[in-house]
Design a protein around this ligand. Structure first.
Ligand SMILES: *Cc1c(COP(=O)(O)O)cnc(C)c1O
Length: 366
């Protein structure tokens, strides 16, 4: 028997969330963003669950190759474009759409001698205030004309820094104004919206939306309450089991550093999941862990984490779970405990936890 920790990935939840994106952006095509091994969920599950998408957006050309080899015939967008001129030919072979965000990438395309004279579909990225990737407005139109002159099929693209917040600068409104003023008479399809914009800025969806986190059922803000009513389903369920139980006396301490001290005699459950599995080591006492059949009615109960998370184990207070025993199943995050709740307790966002699911954790695709 292997260690009992398991990440269960629901293709059903993927399908549901994709449908939600369609409902929220009925006029737009969808780039399902599957960078970072599909936010830690693995390409295979995402490919199965999101096959009704219009395209997949990712970073590595080798991942594009994987999709093609597994039969994906739809579109693939390289979200940061090419990292090296030698990739142009591969991108052409794999029929990838390209983001172009800097002059070097334009030069690589200008210098490329295509054998087949195929043209790329290009998403030209404008920096409208986030100051990460993209052409500044004063350089954007020149870039557009250079690529257009090569015969490529052009799209306008930008990325919002604060679609998940109100009044934080630059605002969506400011970025949008810059974007629209710059593209003015250059007619081409647009792509702007990430998950936060799809959920909360429905007037700026553009022709292609780019949902990531909402497809995985987590919150763009990092706070679960913000998506509680958005009808999204968590795709990843990280589960494990209680592998031992300690009977503590009042005053006994638990784990490294003795961070937690028992206020009374109590049972502590030891769970096969630690920071080497991707659980945050910063998780404080009180971080929720769901235990199956733990309550008196057998329905399961949320128990607080106690003591420091170790590499391979963590410990929970079983006072609310008198029926819990060795072998009881627990959920670290998923349908009972939103990943954003665990993340928030640890000072991060759900994105980081799901992306950091460790390779050693077995994955089951359901
Ligand atoms: C990651 C990414 C997205 C998806 O963002 P979410 O917040 O996960 O929806 C969209 N567009 C670009 C350019 C990205 O890099």
């Amino acid at each position: 028997m292997n260690r009992p920790i398991l990440a269960s990935i629901s293709t059903e939840a993927f399908r549901h969330n994709l449908t939600r994106v369609r409902e929220l952006a009925p006029e737009s095509k969808i780039w399902s963003v599957i960078k970072a091994r599909s936010y830690g969920h693995g390409f295979e599950a995402a490919f199965k669950g999101l096959e009704a998408t219009d395209g997949f957006a990712l970073l590595d050309i080798e991942d594009a190759r994987w999709l093609r080899e597994n039969g994906w015939k739809g579109r693939i967008l390289l979200l940061e474009g090419l990292f090296h001129p030698a990739e142009v030919a591969n991108a052409e072979d794999l029929a990838c759409d390209l983001v172009v965000h800097c002059d070097s990438q334009i030069e690589w395309l200008e210098n490329y001698q295509s054998q087949s004279h195929k043209r790329f579909s290009i998403f030209l990225k404008m920096n409208t205030g986030m100051n990460r990737l993209g052409f500044n407005p004063d350089k954007y139109r020149i870039a557009f004309h250079r690529l257009h002159a090569l015969g490529h099929q052009m799209h306008h693209m930008t990325h919002f820094a604060n679609a998940d917040q109100v009044n934080q600068l630059p605002t969506v409104g400011q970025q949008l104004e810059c974007f629209e003023a710059t593209i003015a008479d250059l007619t081409a399809p647009t792509s702007m919206a990430n998950s936060a914009a799809i959920l909360w800025h429905r007037t700026v969806l553009g022709d292609w939306v780019r949902p990531g986190i909402m497809l995985y059922g987590a919150s763009p803000t990092g706070s679960y309450k913000d998506i509680e009513h958005a009808n999204l389903q968590p795709v990843m369920r990280l589960q494990s089991e209680i592998i031992d139980i300690q009977e503590l006396k009042k005053g006994d301490r638990v784990g490294y550093g003795g961070r937690y001290q028992a206020p009374e005699s109590m049972r502590v459950g030891v769970i096969a999941c630690g920071y080497a599995d991707g659980y945050p080591r910063q998780a404080p006492d009180g971080t929720p862990v769901w235990v199956e059949g733990g309550a008196f009615d057998g329905a399961g109960v949320v128990c607080p984490l106690v003591g420091r998370v170790s590499m391979d184990m963590l410990t929970i207070d079983l006072r609310q779970a008198p029926q819990a025993k060795i072998g009881s199943r627990v959920e670290l995050w998923g349908t009972q405990v939103p990943v954003d709740d665990v993340a928030q307790m640890s000072g991060t966002i759900g994105y980081e936890l799901i992306c950091a699911l460790a390779p050693r954790v077995a994955v089951e695709i359901k």
